[in-house]
Structures are given as C-alpha cells and as structure tokens.
Design a protein around this ligand. Structure first.
Ligand code: HEC
Ligand code: HEC
Ligand code: HEC
Ligand code: HEC
Ligand code: HEC
Ligand code: HEC
Ligand code: HEC
Ligand code: HEC
Ligand code: HEC
Length: 422
C-alpha cells in the first residue's frame, strides 16, 4: 500500500513537471542561438529580448524558422553554418519571399492557425510597394517594415505595429519622413493631415475602431492609392448610403468624364473635415469647383436651397428641443415629444446624405417630413405646458377659495365664542 503511495506522488511530480515545461515552445528551451545571442550586445542581442512574446516564438518556430542554422550546436560556426541552412540576415529584397515560404503555404499554416489568410504575398506583389521591391527598390515597405522582425504580434494585439491605432504611425515612419522619401515623386505629410481629419480624431483620440486607418483605404497588402474611379467604393465600404446616392446620380458620369475623384473632390482624402451646409453656400461652395452663377444648370441655386432646408430643419430641431426641455424641467411627461424629435433628427441626417443625389427636390421632400415631426414635437410640448399653466391657475384659484373659506370659518368661530362670553 505504502509503495503505491510513493508511485502516486512521483506521478504527481511528473505531471507538474510536464505541465510546467510541456506548454513552453520546445525548441527554445535548448536553443543555442538564444543562449549565445543573449550574451552578446546591441544589434546582436535585441532579437532575443524582443522575441519573448513574438507570435513565432509562441508557436515554437524559433530563430531557425527564419534564419535557418542549427539551434542545438554549441559551436558558433557550426550553429550558423551554410550546410545547416543558415541564411544570415535577410535583406529587404529577400524578406518577402522568406516570410511567404510559410505564409503562402496554406497546408503548413493550417496546422497552426486555420483562420489566418495566406494571400499576403500575392497581394503584396500587386501593390506599389511589392512591384517596386521586385524591381530592386530596397526602400519601399516590405513585410518587416510594417510588422517588425522579432517582436511580431497578431494584428489585434495593441502592441502590434499594425494594430489599428498604430498603423498611421507605422506607415508614417517612411511617408512622413521627407528626407527618406526625397527620391520619390509623391507628397509626404499624410499623417499630419490624417490626424486633423474626422477619421484621425475618431480613431486616435476617441478610440473609435470603426474609423479607417491608412490600410482601410489603401489595403493592408495591396497598398495602392485608390484611383479616381474606385474612391467612392472605398469610402462606400463604410458610407454606403452616400455611395449609393452618388452612383445613382447623373454626377457619377459627369465626375468620371472630368476625371474628378468621386468623394475626394469635395471632402479631400486625408484631411476630411466635419461637413456642414457651409460647404454648399458662402464664399467657396464645393459645387463651385465646376459650377458658376448662371451657368444654366441651376446648380448653385440648388445648393443654396438644400442648405436652406437643412439649416431650417436643424434650427427647428433646436427650438423644439428647448421647448421639450422646459416641459421636462417642470416634471412633465415628455416622452412622446422626444420620440418625434428623435425622428426629426434622423430625418435631418438623411437629408444631409441626400445632398449626394444633387437634386434639391430630394432634400426638400425629405426635410418636409422632418418639419412634420417638429410640428408634432412642438405641439406636444405646447399642450403639456398649456395644461401645466391651466393646472397652476386652477391650483391658485382653489388655494384662494380655501383661504377665504378658512377665514370665514375663523370669523364665524370668533363670533360664536364672543356671543357665548356675553
Ligand atoms: C556561440 C555563439 C553563437 C551561436 C550559438 C549563434 N550565434 Fe549568431 N552570431 C554570433 C556572433 C558573435 C555574431 C556576430 C559575428 C558574425 O557576424 O559572425 C552572430 C551573428 C548572427 C547573425 C547576423 C549575421 C549575419 O550574417 O548577418 C544572425 C542572423 C545570427 N547570428 C543568427 C543566429 C541563429 C539563428 C543562431 C542559431 C541557429 C545563432 N545565430 C547561433 C554568435 C552566435
Ligand atoms: C519571423 C522571422 C524571424 C525570426 C523568427 C527571427 N528573426 Fe532575426 N531577423 C529577421 C529579419 C527579417 C531580420 C532583418 C531585418 C531586421 O533586422 O529588421 C533579422 C535580423 C536579425 C539579426 C541581425 C540584426 C541586425 O540589426 O543586424 C540577428 C542577430 C538576428 N536576426 C537574430 C535572431 C535571433 C537570435 C532569433 C531568435 C531569438 C531571430 N533572429 C529570430 C527575421 C527573423
Ligand atoms: C505596408 C504595410 C504592410 C506590409 C508591407 C505587409 N503587411 Fe502584413 N499586414 C499589414 C496590415 C495593416 C495588416 C492587418 C491589420 C488588420 O488586421 O487590421 C496585416 C496583416 C498581416 C497578417 C495577418 C493576417 C491578415 O492577412 O490579415 C499576416 C500573416 C501578415 N500581415 C503577413 C505579411 C507578410 C508575410 C508580408 C510580406 C509578404 C506582409 N504582411 C507585408 C501591413 C503590412
Ligand atoms: C517558419 C514559418 C514562418 C516564417 C518563415 C514566418 N512566419 Fe509568420 N507566422 C507563422 C505561423 C505558423 C504563424 C501563426 C502562429 C499562430 O497564430 O499560432 C505566424 C504568424 C504571423 C503573424 C501574426 C498573424 C496574426 O495576425 O495572427 C504575423 C504578422 C507574421 N507571422 C508575420 C511574419 C513575417 C513578417 C515574417 C517574415 C519576416 C514571417 N511571419 C515569417 C510562420 C512563419
Ligand atoms: C519602409 C518605408 C515605408 C513604409 C513603412 C510604408 N511605405 Fe508606402 N511607400 C514607400 C515608398 C518608398 C513608396 C514609393 C513611392 C512611389 O510611389 O514612388 C511607397 C508607396 C506607397 C503608395 C503609392 C503611392 C503612389 O501614388 O505611388 C501608397 C498608397 C503607400 N505607399 C501607402 C502606404 C501605407 C498605407 C503604409 C502603411 C500601411 C505604407 N505605405 C508604409 C515607403 C513605405
Ligand atoms: C479615408 C481614406 C484614406 C485614408 C484613411 C488614408 N488615405 Fe491615403 N489616400 C486616399 C486617397 C483617396 C488618395 C488619393 C488617390 C488619388 O487621388 O489618386 C490617397 C493618396 C495617398 C498617397 C499617395 C500620395 C498622395 O498624397 O496623393 C499616399 C502615400 C497615402 N495616401 C498614404 C496614406 C497614409 C500613410 C495614410 C495614413 C496616415 C493614409 N494614406 C490614409 C485615401 C485615404
Ligand atoms: C473603415 C470605415 C470608413 C471608411 C473606409 C471611410 N470612413 Fe468616413 N467615417 C467613418 C467613421 C466611423 C466616421 C465617424 C467618425 C465620427 O464622426 O465619430 C466617419 C466620418 C466621416 C465623415 C464625417 C461625417 C459626419 O457626419 O461627421 C465624412 C465626411 C467621411 N467620413 C467621409 C469619408 C470619405 C470621403 C471616405 C473615403 C475617402 C471615408 N469617409 C472612408 C468610417 C469610414
Ligand atoms: C459635390 C460634392 C460632394 C461629393 C462628390 C461628395 N460629398 Fe459628401 N457631402 C457634401 C456636402 C456639401 C455635405 C454636407 C451636407 C451637410 O452637412 O449639410 C456632405 C456630407 C457628407 C457626409 C456627412 C453626412 C452624412 O451623410 O452622414 C458624409 C459621411 C459624406 N458626405 C460622405 C461622402 C462620400 C462617401 C462621398 C462619395 C461617395 C461623398 N460624400 C461625395 C458634398 C459632397
Ligand atoms: C466635378 C464637377 C462637378 C461638381 C463638383 C458638381 N457638379 Fe453639378 N454638374 C456637373 C456637370 C458636368 C453637369 C452637366 C452640365 C451640363 O449639362 O451642361 C452638372 C449639372 C448639374 C445640374 C443640372 C442637372 C443635371 O443633373 O444635369 C445640377 C442641378 C447640378 N449639377 C448640381 C450640383 C450641385 C448641387 C453640386 C454641389 C453639391 C454640384 N452640381 C457639383 C459637374 C459638377
């Protein structure tokens, strides 16, 4: 019996040892690459430090997964020998092919992470970066420019260079560096503009992960500038209604004929600002890009009318809101009014989208429905407030009547008392 107990404790120890070490990447426990490079300095040792949480380390692929060599040999020359497949430090022109040896191999990748796409390399080859890399340009982005080489993490990890919020600064390491980009024929400063845009503010300051980073418009691996013909499709991924209205309008053809990029002509690309009716009227209306006063199309008049309807509806909404607020503060039940107000707000939103039909009639008829809701909201508020005043007046009258009654009773009582005394 006692012997059996000893076996049991031994088995327990074995299980603990297995659970402790079995879960770790097997190769790293005895990697001579790590042992030796851990003792070196600067650029020879940093790969070891950043490798701890690298996705490849966690998958047990080790240094040899990318560099080749023999991670069991103690001897430096043997460990890093060509016979053992050691490739040294891969250069910018070799890296895409190196990474894709695994990443473009679906059957290999499936055994680790079946959900991971395996099209990065083929898409990369279609991008401006990939094409120029193939032509021997070693300054364009390759896999490690965007992902790093040793601290690679899944893109949903906030520490990944390609986590949504980190993408703009990752792209900007090159694209905002005017001396690095000096030899090329494209502008820099996209990040500066982007940071000031509705999208940049939403993503970087308000943590709205639904707002686009650079890759949402340019693609992750197919990084190419959208051409004039396809920009509305790119914006339309998220702004579907604007895209549909625009594409159905006569202006889709006009824009194409003029080679004017769809959304960008009026909103720009990186410095997209909060839109308002000021874009339609005033000194420099967006329609003025192509239209002028009395050009026979009625465009500027249409723009003026749209702005007028939208502004009036917005003002009416504010007015109704004030009235409902007043009623609310008096403790009245304003819910029905708030529903009507909310409908009006949604309609105003639709009206702003309908600008993209380029037809004033469309905006006029949508806003008309909004004014109906506003009338309803105001009527509800007015009725509640009128009732309130009426009830207040009623209350005042009752109080006065009661006071008079009380006074009369008091006089009566006094009289009775004095009669008794006599
Ligand atoms: C016993 C020590 C030692 C071992 C084991 C070792 N290295 Fe090195 N490694 C060095 C030293 C020292 C250098 C820098 C001198 C040189 O370039 O030869 C170096 C250089 C490198 C370089 C850059 C060299 C180049 O050609 O660009 C890479 C990459 C590298 N090692 C990867 C590895 C990998 C992967 C392993 C395991 C398979 C490994 N090392 C094993 C000591 C070692
Ligand atoms: C996912 C592939 C990958 C893995 C895994 C990997 N490396 Fe590298 N390594 C690279 C690439 C790509 C470069 C060259 C680009 C760079 O330095 O950013 C590089 C460069 C190096 C260099 C040269 C650094 C320099 O600045 O000159 C050393 C040394 C090195 N790696 C060692 C290691 C060691 C040690 C390990 C394991 C702890 C390791 N690497 C794991 C891809 C990898
Ligand atoms: C111009 C920058 C850039 C380059 C170059 C680049 N990537 Fe990516 N990569 C990204 C971005 C951005 C994401 C996605 C982030 C997200 O999911 O929002 C990504 C995602 C990935 C993923 C996760 C799966 C997926 O497809 O979403 C893998 C794997 C990957 N890249 C590998 C590679 C390989 C291999 C190369 C080289 C052939 C490469 N990347 C080149 C920016 C880049
Ligand atoms: C030896 C094969 C191999 C090589 C070479 C390799 N990878 Fe990987 N990589 C993998 C595997 C396997 C995974 C998935 C690990 C997991 O999810 O369990 C992975 C995961 C990734 C991820 C995380 C994907 C995600 O979002 O989940 C990125 C990014 C990545 N690799 C980029 C690179 C880059 C960049 C290179 C070249 C410098 C490279 N890989 C070279 C095998 C490799
Ligand atoms: C390692 C530096 C580097 C990084 C990082 C980088 N790029 Fe580039 N990119 C370049 C260079 C260099 C060019 C080539 C310029 C040219 O087209 O002549 C280029 C070209 C482009 C172009 C084509 C421009 C045109 O009109 O020809 C786009 C779009 C682009 N990059 C977007 C991105 C995005 C988005 C990211 C981040 C996800 C990114 N780049 C990351 C260096 C980089
Ligand atoms: C909302 C979509 C959107 C976002 C976000 C975006 N871009 Fe662009 N980008 C465009 C469009 C559209 C063009 C212009 C294409 C054209 O007119 O041919 C463009 C053009 C470019 C170009 C070509 C040179 C130029 O300025 O015309 C580069 C490089 C570029 N973008 C990089 C970036 C970088 C880096 C980021 C992130 C900081 C970024 N873009 C964010 C849509 C976007
Ligand atoms: C990945 C999704 C996505 C893409 C692609 C995208 N946007 Fe946006 N956009 C958003 C989000 C989310 C907001 C909301 C930000 C906020 O105001 O909080 C927004 C806001 C806006 C606004 C301000 C709307 C308002 O009422 O405040 C305009 C204008 C705009 N985007 C235009 C564009 C244009 C033009 C493009 C293409 C060049 C584009 N967007 C591409 C997601 C996207
Ligand atoms: C001819 C100029 C013009 C073009 C082209 C244009 N817009 Fe607009 N857009 C405007 C104006 C003007 C407003 C402001 C309406 C307001 O607020 O009163 C606006 C407002 C918006 C808004 C905020 C209102 C809403 O609908 O939520 C978004 C988002 C938007 N545009 C996206 C787009 C997208 C996406 C495209 C391309 C499919 C595009 N725009 C094309 C002029 C334009
Ligand atoms: C990129 C140039 C461009 C912009 C910007 C533009 N238009 Fe036009 N628009 C045209 C062209 C081209 C015509 C056809 C002119 C003709 O038939 O002589 C046109 C015609 C019209 C017409 C006449 C009816 C029709 O559909 O043919 C109206 C109304 C109109 N535009 C309204 C607007 C409004 C409102 C805006 C701003 C929100 C605007 N346009 C912005 C190019 C533009």
């Amino acid at each position: 019996m006692e012997v059996f107990g000893i076996y049991k404790s031994l088995l327990g120890i074995v299980i603990i040892v297995f659970l402790t070490f079995g879960g770790l990447p097997a190769q790293e426990i005895q990697s001579t690459c790590i042992d030796c490079h851990g003792l070196l300095e600067d650029e020879m040792t940093y790969p070891v430090d950043s490798f701890t949480n690298d996705v490849h380390n966690r998958a047990g692929l080790g240094c040899v997964g990318c560099h080749g060599g023999d991670n069991t040999a103690e001897d430096m020359l043997e460990s890093m020998s060509e016979e053992k497949g050691f490739i040294g430090t891969p250069g910018p022109l070799e890296i895409p092919e190196l990474c894709s040896e695994c990443h473009s191999d679906p059957s290999f990748m499936k055994t680790f992470n079946p959900g991971l796409p395996t099209d990065q390399y083929s898409k990369y080859l279609t991008s401006v970066h990939g094409k120029m890399n193939q032509d021997g340009d070693d300054k364009v982005a390759h896999c490690s420019s965007c992902h790093g080489a040793h601290g690679i993490r899944p893109s949903r990890n906030p520490l990944s260079h390609v986590y949504d919020k980190n993408i703009p600064s990752t792209c900007a390491t090159c694209h905002d560096d005017s001396s690095y980009m000096a030899g090329y024929d494209i502008s820099t400063g996209q990040l500066e503009d982007y940071k000031k845009s509705v999208h940049g503010i939403a993503l970087l300051e308000e943590d709205d992960l639904g707002a686009p980073a650079c890759n949402d418009c340019h693609g992750n691996h197919g990084a190419i500038p959208p051409d004039a013909e396809s920009i509305d499709k790119v914006c339309g991924i998220c702004h579907n209604n604007n895209m549909v209205d625009f594409e159905k309008s006569s202006h889709a053809d006009y824009f194409s004929a003029l080679e004017s990029p769809a959304c960008e002509t009026c909103h720009s690309n990186h410095l997209i600002k909060q839109p308002s009716t000021k874009m339609l009227t005033g000194e420099d209306p967006v329609c003025g890009e192509c239209h002028f006063e009395d050009d026979g199309t009625g465009a500027l008049e249409a723009a003026e009318l749209m702005a007028n309807r939208i502004d009036s509806l917005e003002n009416a909404i504010i007015g109704a809101e004030d009235k409902l607020e007043e009623a609310d503060q008096k403790g009245l039940f304003v819910n029905d009014g708030l529903f009507a107000l909310k409908d009006a707000q949604q309609i105003a939103f639709k009206a702003r989208t309908a600008v993209h039909t380029f037809e004033a009639d469309s905006v006029v008829s949508i806003t008309a429905a909004g004014f109906e809701q506003i009338t309803e909201a105001r009527n509800i508020a007015r009725e509640l407030l009128d009732n309130y005043v009426f009830r207040r007046k009623g209350l005042a009258v009752s109080v006065v009547v009661l006071l008079i009654l009380a006074f009369a009773i008091w006089i009566k009582v006094k009289r009775i008392e004095s009669r008794r005394r006599q």
